[in-house]
Design a protein around this ligand. Structure first.
Ligand SMILES: CC(C)(COP(=O)(O)OP(=O)(O)OC[C@H]1O[C@@H](n2cnc3c(N)ncnc32)[C@H](O)[C@@H]1OP(=O)(O)O)[C@@H](O)C(=O)NCCC(=O)NCCS
Length: 212
């Protein structure tokens, strides 16, 4: 599960998710949002230093998490899974990825939203109190020094990245040879192989960067 910051190019997708009936039913404001208001809201959100709009991706976008830092430094979060990605047990991993950096995270969930509750609990949130039909949860992520075993794990990942990179260098040379012989089909096949290995490298780098 990867999360990235949203851009204005995500406006249409976020608009569709926001206006999905189930999302609206679980939101504080249940009215449909019009396109102009949505774009104004997204533009302001992207410029706001205390807000992050994140997009979670598993072979493409699957959901979004909003993070809002308050004056006390706590980070309020809420999530929406893309309608087509619901029911795949992705909400816990998505919320986990969005709350992996050190900090104190809070969220309020309607008491009649058990899927969201399970999702945040899977991401390490614990229930703190109930008020006016809402359940409130908290999660604290502390900085922890890495153990020698955890450093060893990271070193193994670096070895793995090196190995994949070495293989990819061979692929690049092969691509050059095929191209030199003017074989279009062979060239395309190698481009696909290189792309697969590049994705492998990205995944290994994502694991390397994960907080422990
Ligand atoms: C809430 C939401 C993010 C959950 O994502 P999801 O893809 O539907 O749920 P998941 O597949 O990740 O399942 C999460 C957990 O909830 C459980 N669950 C799902 N639907 C459930 C239901 N109706 N009743 C009880 N548990 C349910 C799943 O079994 C899973 O728990 P488990 O792993 O312990 O078995 C998603 O439904 C959504 O975007 N809803 C609309 C917006 C919303 O409600 N946002 C939350 C506001 S904070």
């Amino acid at each position: 599960m990867k999360v990235r910051l949203a851009t204005i190019d995500d406006a249409r997708m976020l608009f569709d998710w926001r206006n999905d009936p189930q999302t609206r039913a679980m939101s504080n404001t249940q009215d449909a949002v019009d396109w102009e208001s949505h774009v104004t809201w997204l533009q302001a959100s992207l410029e706001c230093p205390d807000r992050d709009i994140l997009i979670a991706e598993v072979n493409g976008p699957v959901g979004t998490v909003r993070r809002d830092r308050n004056a006390a430094g706590e980070i309020g979060v809420s999530m929406t899974m893309a309608p087509q990605a619901r029911g795949r047990k992705l909400s816990g991993p998505m919320m986990g990825a969005a709350t992996s950096d050190p900090g104190i995270y809070t969220c309020g969930i309607r008491a009649d939203n058990p899927a969201s509750r399970r999702g945040v609990e899977h991401a390490g949130f614990v229930f703190i109190h109930h008020e006016d039909g809402m359940d409130y949860f908290i999660k604290e992520r502390k900085w922890q020094p890495m153990t020698p075993e955890q450093i060893e794990e990271k070193l193994k990942l670096i070895d793995a990245i090196e190995a994949v990179r070495t293989k990819n260098n061979v692929n690049w040379m092969n691509l050059l040879r095929v191209a030199l012989r003017a074989d279009p089909e062979g060239t395309l096949a190698l481009v696909r192989e290189i792309n697969t290995k590049d994705n492998e490298i990205s995944e290994l780098f994502a694991k390397l960067g994960e907080a422990v």
